[in-house]
Design a protein around this ligand. Structure first.
Ligand code: F6R
Length: 260
């Protein structure tokens, strides 16, 4: 696990966008794992800018959303399918048919989850997965207690997450209780994961996931077992890390050839 502490969102967005750009130049048909929420927005802004100004090409790329609410009507502005379209995929030249999300309105939820796993597999697996982290340590919507080897399935949101996400809805009563989410096992299959956390409200989750025990109470801690996990944090989100100085020193003295 590599921890990179940066001054703010702009630098985090640029560094994560560098990783996406390097990947696309190496592998134009790369499979991107796409998170929603506030954390990845600077990355999407930077990728949209590079597409527009530098011609960064997504025409052969694929995208898979991490998760989706259950029960929002199709086209609901807060459904993650819509959010990803609005915040990212409509702003670059990725083919709409190459962008997938779990079907939260499926009549047969287990079948929809299985189909999602199959679709990821058929695309060759996720090359680079972008992640945020919840204040309770969730990644995707794998809330505390999630199996560390789980696959895409339905989950119930914890009240804290519904409260956190109510900022996107008129009121907390409109936030669905259920979601479909890639499992922790699904996320762990991605070849590279980049988790982004900004702001003091994420400091405890960052400490737990980076320096706590690997335990389902902090689902993101499973990333300690990932062979290629990069954690990008701002100073506020890094403020509870015990080994912050070591992470800074390591990154500052990293061999140039290593990349992210
Ligand atoms: C979003 C997702 C969630 C968020 C997390 C943090 O697709 O899977 O795990 O990444 O809730 O959300 P923000 O970035 O809004 O703080």
């Amino acid at each position: 696990m590599e921890i990179v502490i940066l001054p703010g969102s702009k630098q985090i967005g640029a560094l994560a966008a560098d990783a996406v750009e390097d990947l696309l130049r190496r592998k134009p048909d790369a499979v991107l794992g796409l998170a929603t929420g506030s954390s990845p927005l600077p990355v999407y802004d930077e990728l949209a800018r590079r597409h527009e100004q530098d011609g960064l090409d997504f025409s052969r790329a694929h995208g898979f959303a991490l998760d989706e609410y259950v029960g929002l009507e199709p086209g609901h502005p807060q459904s993650y399918r819509e959010v990803i379209r609005r915040e990212f995929t409509d702003r670059v030249n990725i083919a709409p048919e190459n962008v997938h999300s779990p079907d939260g309105s499926a009549a047969d939820i287990p079948a929809a989850c299985e189909a999602y796993e199959e679709a990821i597999k058929a695309a060759g697996g996720v090359d680079l997965q972008l992640l945020g982290v919840g204040t309770d340590g969730h990644i995707g919507f794998n809330e505390p207690g999630s199996s560390l080897v789980s696959r895409t399935r339905i989950k119930s949101l914890i009240e804290q997450t519904r409260r956190d996400n109510s900022r996107f809805f008129k009121s907390i009563h409109d936030v669905p209780h259920h979601v479909l989410t890639q499992g922790l096992g699904t996320i762990m299959d991605a070849r590279h994961v980049i988790l982004i956390a900004t702001g003091a409200q994420k400091a405890q989750a960052v400490r737990d996931l980076v320096e706590g025990p690997v335990a389902a109470i902090c689902a993101a801690s499973v990333l300690q077992m990932h062979p290629h996990a990069t954690i990008l944090v701002d100073e506020a989100a890094a403020s509870s890390l015990r080994l912050a100085d070591y992470y800074r020193h390591t990154y500052d003295n990293k061999p140039g050839w290593q990349g992210l």
